[in-house]
Design a protein around this ligand. Structure first.
Ligand code: ZN
Length: 199
């Protein structure tokens, strides 16, 4: 039933299609938006639209950026011999926030999940192997989540990388099982990084 005018309903439906936004939150946001000053709404709309238009994958590490290379890959201060493999840009952000990791990253955009039909070709694995063949890398730190998918992905990567002679390590299991990296505090993240073990 259409309690509200159709435009409000459409706004609520559109908002509730976003991840983590249920119907209640969508209603709250929709009413908030229609009560916002027009100028603020324009800023919101153009921020979304500009980000969508300009944000792309970094050519090197595949994180999201509005440049050809992200600020991390284009920095001269990073240790290019170390690559940390993460599932998504949010995990990269979690490690960046600690301010203690100086290497580069590689963002897979997912994890291998036979149950969901996500195979090695559906994530940025070929791209990782290409990087390893072109760049001088001494260590690959696998920092996928400790979920079943994350562990499966870690084992798969380890099997691929080991024959190249590059050192492969896995972050320690200070990270709770099934825990998403982005929700874990910085101290736990650093402990997991410091305690990484060779695979
Ligand atoms: Zn990059």
């Amino acid at each position: 039933m259409d309690y509200y005018s159709s435009q409000i309903t459409k706004l609520i439906e559109t908002l509730s299609s976003l991840p983590g936004i249920g119907n209640k939150s969508a209603q709250r946001l929709a009413f908030h938006i229609v009560n916002m000053p027009q100028e603020q709404v324009n800023t919101l709309v153009s921020a979304i639209s500009e980000a969508k238009k300009n944000v792309q994958y970094c050519k090197k590490c595949f994180t999201l950026t509005d440049q050809e290379l992200c600020p991390i890959c284009s920095s001269t201060k990073r240790d290019e011999k170390t690559i940390m493999v993460v599932e998504n840009p949010r995990d990269l952000a979690a490690y960046e926030k600690t301010g203690k990791y100086e290497g580069l990253y590689h963002v897979l955009h997912g994890a291998i999940s036979p149950m969901l039909g996500i195979g090695p070709n559906d994530i940025k694995l070929k791209e990782l192997m290409k990087r390893l063949s072109e760049e001088t890398v001494e260590e690959v730190i696998i920092a996928t989540n400790s979920s079943l998918e994350g562990e499966t992905t870690a084992m798969y990567i380890s099997k691929l990388v080991k024959p190249t002679g590059i050192k492969v390590t896995r972050i320690a299991s200070g990270v709770p099982v099934g825990g998403d990296l982005e929700y874990i505090d910085e101290i736990t993240l650093l402990r997991a990084l410091d305690g990484r073990v060779e695979l």
